[in-house]
Design a protein around this ligand. Structure first.
Ligand code: C5P
Length: 221
């Protein structure tokens, strides 16, 4: 059965990595599989939420009961998320958004010529940070994938990006991070550690994270 603790809530989840196009046949991306975000979307729907899943390209099926909004680049994701901000109660940003994109998208395939080729990259907007600035009643959860100083970096991100919770993910740890079916995380709020979840399925991490968020959300008037 499962409890309907998110009944009536509109949940927006971002998942997967973005792809940043170089030319018509090439792009830059990262190792994100989308599994953590998809697990969150699926569990939120199970808990009664109305779920919109904004996702970069992944190999995963659309989770049951979720509305998929497929995107490619960070700029696409930004547009998809910001246009749905006011219609969301809980926003969970599990996507691995590219920090940089090619300064120009070449309209034709780049031809092989000189011995070296320099690609100029420009910074992408930080969507989570923009949400943190624009948010009103929304409850916002960010992710922080780190290879060192997890607590320090996660707490710093939570503050800079003004989110309500941040999920710290030590991607160098065995059984945690990209592409596997398990994860181990440390969940923080403004005051510090809320809960540490040892290695377990991404589905179980998703359930516990949603329980913690649901318990902290303002009841609807
Ligand atoms: O600073 P960093 O990219 O590590 O922050 C990770 C968090 O910020 C994740 O929740 C990710 O989805 C979000 N993010 C974003 N837009 C970016 C980069 C990261 O929303 N351009």
């Amino acid at each position: 059965a499962g409890s309907a603790i998110l009944q009536g809530k509109r949940v927006l989840v971002t998942a997967g990595g973005t792809i940043e196009r170089i030319d018509p046949v090439r792009y830059i991306t990262n190792d994100s599989s989308g599994k953590m975000g998809y697990a969150i979307a699926e569990e939120a729907a199970r808990m009664g939420a109305q779920v919109t899943l904004v996702s970069g390209p992944t190999a995963l099926p659309v989770p049951k009961g979720c509305q998929l909004v497929p995107v490619k680049s960070a700029l696409d994701m930004r547009e998809a998320v910001l246009s749905r901000l006011d219609a969301s109660d809980l926003i969970i940003k599990a996507a691995a958004v590219a920090d940089y994109r090619p300064a120009v998208i070449e309209p034709q395939k780049i031809k092989k010529k000189s011995d070296s080729l320099t690609l100029e990259l420009v910074k992408n907007p930080d969507i989570l940070q923009e949400i943190g600035t624009l948010k009103k009643e929304q409850f916002v959860v960010g992710f922080a994938a780190e290879t060192e100083k997890l607590d320090e970096h996660a707490l710093d991100k939570l503050q800079r990006k003004n989110c309500d919770l941040i999920v710290g993910n030590d991607v160098s740890q065995e059984g945690a991070g990209f592409s596997g079916d398990t994860n181990a995380v440390r969940i923080f709020d403004r005051n510090g550690l809320v809960e540490a979840l040892p290695v377990q399925s991404k589905q179980a991490v998703a359930r516990r994270l949603l329980e913690i968020a649901a318990a902290r959300m303002k009841p609807k008037r």
